[in-house]
Each structure stands twice: as C-alpha cells, then as structure tokens.
Design a binder for this molecule. Structure first.
Ligand code: NAP
Length: 358
C-alpha cells in the first residue's frame, strides 16, 4: 500500500464501536483515514449511525463489510465471544485488524488469530488502551531508568461500582462464557500493562469471586498474584462492586521509593491519570506527561485518544512503516494469563507459565 492511498475502515459492533472507535478513526482524517462501513446486528441501528456520520455502507452481516473492497482495515468492537470469526476472516481477506480486548474467548482462538496474522502479513492490533496513555508511557520510561531503584513489589488496585447499579437487562457482561466479568473486562488490561511494565510472568495464583453477580456467571472481583521473570512480585485486585472507593492505582515499590500511577476520578477512566515519584526523604514529584498526539474534544469519552494512538500506529504499519502497538501476540500473552488465572482459581493452586525467551 502506498503512502498516497487512503485507508478505508470498517467497524463491526456499535456500542463502544460507536462511542469510541468511530470518533477515534475520524480523528485520523489527516492521515488519509476514512470510516467507510459500519456493522451491527441491528440493521436499522447501524443505518441510523451511518446516516448520522455520513457513511455509505451499513450492514448487519460482518462478512459483507469484510468483502467490501473499500475496507482496508477492520475494527472489531463486538462482545469478546464474537471477536474470533470476523477478526480471522478479515485477516484471511488481507485486511489489517484492530480488535478489542480480550482478543478472544480462549487461548485456542487467540493462538489461531496470531497464526492468521502471521500468515496474512497484515498488521493486527489489540486495544490495550492503557499502553497509549501518557501516564503509563512516563512510568515505563521512569521504571526503565530505575527512577526509584529496582522494583521488588507492585500492586494494582482497581475498584469501580458498575455492579452496584441496578440492572434489569442481562447482557454478555454477566456471562463468563461470553467474555464478561472483572477478569475479562478489567483484569486483562492489568495483566497486559504489568507484563509491559515489569516483564513476562513465570507463575500466578488467582481467586475470582461472584458475590454480587446474582444469577450471572461472570466474576465481579478478582485477586491475582504474579511472579515476573525479573524477580518482581505483583498483585492485581479488581472489584466491580466497590461502594466506598473508586480508584485505579498502580504502586511500584522500589529500593529508593515508590512510583505511583493513579486516577481517582470515578467519572473518567482515562484522562485524569498522573504519575508521581516519591523518593525517601524528598517531596513527591509529579512526572511531566508526554504530549497527546490525537487530541479529542474534552467533553467526549477519554478512551478515544488512546484508541486513536493505536489505530494511527496500525495505519502506519499497514503502509509499511515500523510502528509500535499492542499486537495479537500481546493479546495471546494476556489471554494465556487469563486462562491460567481461571485454572488457578478452580484448582486453588499456583500455576507455572512457559516464559518466552525470544
Ligand atoms: N478497551 C477498552 O477500554 C474497552 C472499553 C469498553 C469495551 N471494550 C470492548 O469493546 C467490545 C464491545 O463492548 P461494548 O461495551 O460496546 O458491548 P455492547 O454495548 O454490548 O455492544 C456490542 C455491539 O456489538 C454488536 N454485535 C454483537 N454481536 C455482533 C455480531 N455477531 N455481528 C455484528 N455486530 C455484533 C452489537 O449489536 P446489537 O446492539 O445490534 O446487538 C452492539 O452494537 C468488548 O470486546 C469490550 O471488551 C473495550
């Protein structure tokens, strides 16, 4: 594909796909990116969104969207249990793919998607949003520079109240077999960014809980212990039913102090993150944030900007440039950890993981 050719995008799934994927890709118009097709199960709904956005093709069958020659890049924003088939078909048709997290429903599906991406030679990304946030990029640089010394312990505390709100309509989010729950919705992000920040995981122990799920099967909290190959131990605690504290905080405990990534704003899951260093004997020091390249208006969903950053990198890769984004291989790595967490919870035991040396 030449630099001059514009990139046509098709979006499948119009929940998060409508509120975040569509505006994110539209931010990339200066790169020659255009959303040309939309798909959701409800054809009238897809048509209404398409008309509103000035998009010609609206359909209720993702095969039609993938077959469209104007679509170069397929963005999959359907529930996790339905990621595999369209992502696999899009790669087989020679399209680039951006897929929501978790990449698939199980490790077998994720392995086949990695294989499909390798066979097609097309770039394939997973929307692990946190990697694209300035606060996480600043933390990664500071950790690499050992700003608080070698890290021995790290803790993720992520508490929201989504399960406390009365909800009468059941959805895939209540169903473990469709990819819902604390581990698949939130924990997978933490598994990914801890691997990205601290290195691969050698073994883990996990407990999942279902106290407020009613007759739903998906977990509403999870606690995971991870031993990273470099010798760091980390923990993840996620709760979807926290009444008192709404926070997403990661504390890295080093030999000379702490590095803290933190968001305490219950209304915005992304933009308010900051990163500070607390060295023993010094006042806390807030790290300067790297510039946000794809700025969205402040009154819209903050998750648009990180998705636009990953999508821009994917477009550059599609045009043959070297670009960095979370790949399907990263999606598979997180999927393996999720699968291990479920097995560990079932067996009540630590689980060893093969650590790739490549
Ligand atoms: N990266 C992040 O931070 C983040 C945040 C939120 C969500 N997500 C991910 O985004 C994905 C979607 O979540 P959501 O909250 O948007 O779910 P949602 O509100 O249930 O919306 C799902 C959409 O997918 C459509 N859909 C379902 N099955 C389909 C199929 N077979 N073919 C075509 N369209 C289909 C639905 O159509 P109908 O409405 O017509 O049924 C709906 O438009 C999930 O994978 C989730 O994990 C990621």
């Amino acid at each position: 594909m030449t630099e001059a050719r514009h990139v046509g995008v098709g979006i499948i799934g119009l929940g998060f796909g409508r509120s975040v994927h569509l505006p994110a890709f539209r931010l990339l118009a200066p790169l020659g990116v255009e959303v040309v097709a939309l798909c959701s199960r409800n054809l009238d709904g897809a048509r209404a969104v398409a008309t509103d956005a000035g998009i010609t093709l609206a359909c209720d069958d993702w095969r039609q969207l993938i077959a469209n020659p104007d679509v170069d890049l397929v963005s999959v924003a359907t529930p996790p249990g339905t990621h595999f088939a369209p992502a696999f078909a899009a790669l087989a048709a020679g399209k680039a793919v951006l897929c929501e997290k978790p990449l698939a429903l199980d490790t077998g599906e994720a392995e086949r998607l990695v294989q499909a991406a390798e066979t097609s030679g097309r770039p394939a990304a997973v929307n692990f949003s946190y990697r694209a946030l300035p606060a996480f990029a600043a933390a990664r640089d500071a950790l690499a520079a050992q700003a608080v010394g070698p890290i021995r312990l790290a803790e993720v505390s992520w508490h929201v109240g989504t399960r406390l709100a009365p909800h009468t309509t059941r959805s895939w989010k209540d169903d473990a077999h469709a990819g819902g729950g604390a581990l698949a919705s939130y924990g997978v992000h933490a598994l990914d960014y801890l691997t990205w920040l601290l290195g691969p995981v050698e073994r883990l122990f996990a407990r999942l809980d279902h106290r407020t799920s009613g007759d739903g099967t998906s977990d509403d909290s999870c606690v995971i212990l991870l031993d990273h190959a470099g010798g760091t131990r980390s923990s993840i605690t996620v709760s979807l039913a926290s009444a008192a504290e709404r926070v997403h905080r990661i504390v890295f405990r080093g030999e000379r102090g702490r590095l803290v990534i933190e968001n305490t704003d219950p209304l915005d899951p992304v933009r308010p993150f900051g990163t500070r260093i607390e060295l023993v004997g010094h006042p806390p020091h807030q790290l300067p944030m790297p510039e946000v390249r794809w700025l969205a208006p402040t009154d819209v969903d903050g998750r648009i900007e990180p998705l636009a950053a990953h999508a821009a990198a994917l477009v550059e890769a599609l045009r043959g440039a070297r670009a960095t984004f979370p790949t399907f291989a990263d999606g598979l790595a997180a999927q393996r950890l999720m699968t291990a967490a479920i097995s560990s919870d079932r067996d009540g035991a630590w689980l060893d993981l093969p650590v790739s040396t490549s």
